[in-house]
Design a protein around this ligand. Structure first.
Ligand code: GN1
Ligand code: MG
Length: 339
């Protein structure tokens, strides 16, 4: 907490600190809720083990905030004029807490619609932004072939001696590799790159406590080039079923057509005009692509001994893998390109 207290001094935040409290969310960065002079802020330490070129994150953030400021919380610049301040391996940033906002966990159909509307607004706002101006802060981030290579490597090395305990999940990852081929087909057919959020899950949208309406998009570290199906896919992955990624009780879940249509249609109502025919066609498949990629990444980290994601106990990445594989099983017949 002491470090967070020091970090606030790097920014132009006037007044006495009333309180600082760590916030438990997120797999990657450290977040703190801070009150200064009655004003609420979100203070974050960037995980530079994950974002190894923080200057890319700074440049992307600066560019996207000026591109569509109305979509994001107000970020404060620090003493040197940048959004990230501090030493290279200890970088901090601060943004205003959005008043009377929340990010829903149990998602009603109305909330699904507002979140999809929010990411739809994002897609529409960035339709003419140049993807080549937003560098990839994590090389190969949403490249499934790269993720499958990392998985193969983790499997061969088996450094944490966990492969045996994950044999069913390993087999499932291998059996679903056709998803990578389907995606390659889409790219070959001319799927265009655009600027994407690349972490478009439910928790990264803020809604109004008063009206329930969409307010802001948050967690902007991975805004860079991608395909429209990535963001719609992440929404399907995180919002079709009302379960957190660590949920172990997966019986009785079923694909709900109404939730699916709500997400897709609310998104398209905002940005359908901005998308090409091939993108429109590819969107449902995004659910399979993103869910499969997350299953692969969680399992890779489990096999590597939990070196990437924050975990609270040794099986957590395996639990997350099973959870994503279950979603994949439940959605494959509905979201496959041939269905
Ligand atoms: C990570 O930052 P956070 O925890 O929202 C991850 C995303 C995953 C997500 C799964 C930089 O996001 O790719 O979709 O977990 N971010 C990074 O919940 O790896
Ligand atoms: Mg994120």
């Amino acid at each position: 907490m002491q470090v967070a207290q020091e970090a606030i001094k790097l920014f132009n935040v006037q007044g006495a600190i009333d309180s600082i409290a760590p916030l438990g969310f997120g797999h990657i960065n450290d977040s703190f809720s801070v009150k200064v002079n009655g004003h609420g802020y979100l203070l974050q330490r960037l995980n530079t083990n994950v974002f190894r070129q923080p200057e890319i994150i700074e440049e992307n953030l600066s560019r996207l905030l000026s591109h569509a400021p109305e979509l994001f919380p107000l970020h404060l610049r620090g003493a040197s004029g940048k959004y990230h301040e501090g030493k290279t391996d200890n970088l901090w940033r601060i943004q205003e807490f959005v008043q009377d906002s929340y990010s829903p966990t149990e998602l009603t159909v109305q909330e699904l619609s507002e979140i999809a509307k929010g990411y739809g607004k994002f897609t529409a706002a960035f339709k003419n932004a140049r993807p080549d101006q937003y560098a990839e802060g994590i090389p190969g981030f949403h490249n499934l072939h790269h993720r499958l290579n990392q998985f193969q490597q983790a499997l061969e090395t088996n450094s944490a001696a966990r492969a045996e305990s994950a044999s069913n999940e390993i087999r499932a990852i291998e059996e679903y590799s056709w998803i990578a081929d389907q995606f390659d087909n889409l790219v070959e057919q001319g799927l265009p790159l655009r600027v994407c959020h690349n972490d478009a899950k439910a928790g990264n949208c803020l809604l109004s406590k008063k009206t329930g309406e969409f307010l802001k998009v948050v967690d902007l570290d991975t805004v860079w080039s991608g395909y429209a199906l990535f963001d719609l896919g992440d929404m399907l992955r995180s919002m079709l079923f009302n379960i957190p990624e660590y949920e172990v009780q997966l019986d009785g879940l079923r694909f709900d057509q109404k939730r699916f249509e709500t997400i897709l249609n609310s998104f398209l109502a905002q940005c359908g005009d901005a998308l090409e025919e091939i993108e429109l066609k590819s969107l449902p498949f995004g659910g399979l692509y993103m869910t499969y990629m997350m299953a692969t990444r969680f399992l890779t980290d489990y096999l590597n001994g939990d070196i990437y994601y924050k975990t609270g106990y040794p099986e957590e990445n395996l639990i997350r893998t099973r959870n994503q594989l279950k979603i994949l099983d439940l959605t494959r017949d509905f979201l496959s390109p041939h269905s």
